[in-house]
Design a protein. Structure first.
Length: 402
């Protein structure tokens, strides 16, 4: 018998069956490790990559602002009287010229009738004094009447004509006051609720204590006002002076807007005004855009976010936003080099497009293979099996028959 086998048998007998089982397990594990080393280890992980997309893009600046009505009118009476009727429903849309309120017309109709009667009397008086004046001209030439008497007749004729003029003005004013008893909408828009009920006495005129009856605000189109900082203002102006109009006061620049419950900038408008001073307290300047509002969705006082072009168009590189990683304050992407090794590259980010692509302003080239799927397996410095996004997977190799 072999001495080594005899010694092993001796130790096995001495240690017992439990020790024999442990020794057999260790031998099996060692043999598996040897076979694994002979086979070359597990295959590298598979990752999906995509090359950056080249596209003409524009950088945008976003600001928060508020809607304002282009026209806002306070409906006040021009004549004093008792409010007779209301001809609208609170909060409805009205057109220019629609009848809103009526003041009791009867006192103003009486005043007009009296003024017309006075005018008729004054006109008849003019006819009488004119004939007397004409006769006086012939008599004064014949020395039948004195010059003093003729002058009295001429003065009476002049007074009669002045009375006609005054009564004509009184008739026009009475007609105007009667017209003012009907209060009509001066602009198109949405009217608020009535401030005075019919039956109350309202004060009219041009003084500061006139009675406010209602308020009308225009809805279509509508203004959107926002403020931007001094640095952005300087950037816009410099680009405008180079012929690249962005948001200068001289350019009708297209802008986009979204409401607080919307995810995309779907509403298009244009810039129409930039203020002439920068606020010393805030260091900002006021800008204004105008938007169409045919459905009256935008309401004065409503908040929204506006997107303004912040650069001229340029060719940019874009990658899926899911490929962007974060390392404290820095952003990076994982790329696969020529040796199929995963590498990190730190990048400078731009805006996010509506189709989920992120503009990359620096850090990678147009031919980089950017990992978009399998980022956890693509550890820096490790070998990977890279497949292009959208490409058909390679068919498995067929085993040759012997």
């Amino acid at each position: 018998m072999n001495p080594r086998r005899l010694v092993s048998s001796f130790f096995l007998i001495g240690r017992g069956p439990k020790f024999a089982m442990m020794l057999a397990l260790a031998t099996f594990v060692a043999s598996c490790g040897e076979r694994q080393q002979q086979g070359g280890g597990p295959p590298p992980p598979t990752v999906i990559f995509a090359k950056p997309v080249t596209r003409t893009v524009v950088d945008y600046d976003e600001y928060v602002g508020r809607f304002f009505a282009i026209n806002s009118v306070e409906v006040r009476a021009r004549v004093s009287g008792y409010l007779d009727k209301q001809h609208f429903k609170d909060g409805q849309l009205v057109k220019q010229g629609d009848l809103l309120f009526t003041i009791d017309r009867r006192p103003f109709q009486n005043t007009l009738d009296q003024a017309r009667a006075n005018l008729v009397q004054a006109q008849s008086n003019v006819a009488y004094t004119e004939s007397d004046y004409t006769r006086g001209q012939a008599l004064v030439r014949d020395k039948t009447i004195t010059d003093q008497t003729f002058e009295q007749r001429a003065q009476a004729f002049r007074n009669a004509k002045a009375s006609v003029t005054a009564n004509e003005a009184a008739v026009r004013q009475a007609e105007l006051d009667l017209e003012f008893t009907e209060l009509r909408a001066p602009v198109d828009g949405r009217i608020g609720d009535r401030r005075v009920s019919p039956g109350n006495l309202v004060t009219g005129g041009t003084s500061g204590n006139t009675t406010l009856l209602a308020t009308i605000v225009s809805t279509d189109p509508i203004y959107f006002e926002f403020t931007f900082d001094e640095g952005s203002y300087l950037r816009y102006e410099r680009l405008a002076k180079r012929g690249q109009d962005i948001a200068s006061r001289n350019a009708s620049v297209q802008v986009a807007l979204k409401l607080i419950d919307e995810s995309d900038f779907d509403h298009e408008g244009r810039m129409d005004f930039v203020d002439n001073v920068i606020d010393r307290a805030t260091g900002t300047i006021r800008g204004r855009a105008v938007f169409a509002n045919p459905n009256a969705m935008f309401t004065p006082g409503m908040f929204a976010r506006v997107r303004v072009p912040g650069s001229p168009p340029y060719e940019g590189l874009l990658v899926p936003d899911v490929a962007i990683g974060t390392e404290q304050a820095r952003r990076f992407v994982t790329v696969v080099d020529d040796q199929d090794t995963a590498r990190l590259k730190y990048v400078t980010l731009g805006q996010l497009t509506s189709d989920g692509l992120r503009v990359i302003k620096g850090g990678i080239g147009p031919d980089e293979r950017v990992v978009v799927n399998g980022l956890l397996q693509a550890r820096p410095g490790t070998k990977v099996h890279a497949e292009e996004q959208g490409a058909k997977p390679a068919a498995p190799a067929q085993q040759s028959k012997k």
